[in-house]
Design a protein around this ligand. Structure first.
Ligand code: NDP
Length: 311
């Protein structure tokens, strides 16, 4: 049994760094790469950041694909991945905390009028505006899972009126929880800031369309740290021009990197960050080695995803 690793893109850790990090947890781990594959029939587990189109067909005994992150949309629906190949993801405190901080940071930017002060300073203009009051502000979090749940609890603990939305009904102390389409409309119509931390699935793709955007509170902030395909981007540009929402903060876009000629870059109502809201893996790689051994011993895997549901 061997583990093959592949990052599949630039701008993150290298395979050499990943190999070294995994060997810290288990020095005996038999780790292969595309450059040093050994006998490919040994490989039963693959750990990838991006799953290349040709890789599954090269591995006749593949039984598990471990995503080196949380979003599994390209893996669960990978056309070359046999139906019985299992998929696991990481659930790590470090990126969950970082995403919650990103959401909070950009919400506070609106609460404390920081965008306005940056513009005022450019014009040497002394222009005091009252900050918005936290207890009077309603925030909504779309997705109440590992990351969204943590984000919603952080906002609640700071005193925001906090609402959340998920697929299944939930009860979370101090958070008004909604579900189903009607619940989403209620949340969007009431919240001053809405942060989406949803997976990309057939149900969520394109969900924030012209109709949903028009149902947002005038002037509201829409933040997206989940996946870019949640939002119909042409509809968003039109919606911003109409003031619903008033501003969008996007860490993720439907095409990444966002092309230089995208109108999102220059629209005054859009703030872009380049898919950086959750960055560090923390101790999550320990779960990759744990899953390697669990697979070998036939034990339940950590953080297995439902390939049918897509998350
Ligand atoms: P989880 O699987 O723990 O939670 C997903 C949440 O979304 C759940 O509350 C789930 O509802 C809800 N959900 C899923 N489908 C629907 C739907 N159709 N309608 C309503 N709610 C739905 O995922 P995480 O919180 O760990 O991560 C969420 C996403 O964030 C990841 O899938 C990934 O794409 C993205 N991400 C982005 C990063 C970045 O750097 N920008 C970094 C890490 C992750 P229920 O609770 O009922 O199942």
């Amino acid at each position: 049994m061997a583990l093959m690793i592949e990052i599949g893109h630039d701008g993150w850790m290298t395979e050499a760094e990943l190999r070294a990090a995994l060997h810290k947890y288990d020095p005996a781990l038999d780790i292969r790469t595309r450059a040093e594959p050994g006998d490919l029939a040994d490989v039963t587990m693959l750990a990838v950041s991006r799953l290349a189109p040709d890789l599954p067909a090269m591995l006749p005994n593949l039984t598990l694909v471990q995503k080196l992150g949380a979003g599994v949309e390209t893996i669960v629906a990978h056309p070359a991945l046999a139906d019985d190949v299992r998929v696991t993801r990481l659930k790590s405190d470090a990126p969950a905390r970082e995403i919650a901080e990103w959401v909070l940071g950009y919400i506070l930017r609106e609460q404390r009028q920081m965008r306005q002060y940056e513009a005022a300073q450019q014009a040497a203009r002394w222009d005091p505006v009252a900050p918005r009051e936290t207890p009077e502000t309603r925030v909504g979090v779309l997705g109440l899972g590992f990351i969204g749940g943590r984000t919603a609890r952080l906002l609640r603990d700071l005193g925001f009126q906090t609402h959340g939305w998920s697929r299944s009904p939930k009860e979370i102390d101090g958070i008004t929880c909604h579900h189903e389409s009607k619940g989403l409309s209620t949340l969007l119509g009431q919240c001053d800031h809405v942060a989406a931390i949803l997976p990309s699935t057939p149900e969520t793709r394109g969900m924030m369309d012209a109709l949903r955007l028009a149902g947002m509170k005038p002037g509201a902030t829409l933040l997206n740290a989940g996946r870019g395909d949640l939002i119909d981007e042409p509809a968003l540009l039109t919606a911003l021009d109409a003031g619903r929402p008033g501003h969008a903060v996007l860490d993720v876009t439907s095409v990444e990197p966002l092309p230089g000629d995208s109108p999102l870059w220059s629209h005054p109502g859009v703030t872009i960050t380049p898919h950086v809201s959750g960055w560090h893996l923390g101790e999550a790689l320990a779960d990759v080695t744990a899953n390697y051994h669990r697979l070998r011993q036939g034990e339940p895997l950590l953080h297995e995803v439902d390939r049918q549901l897509g998350y």
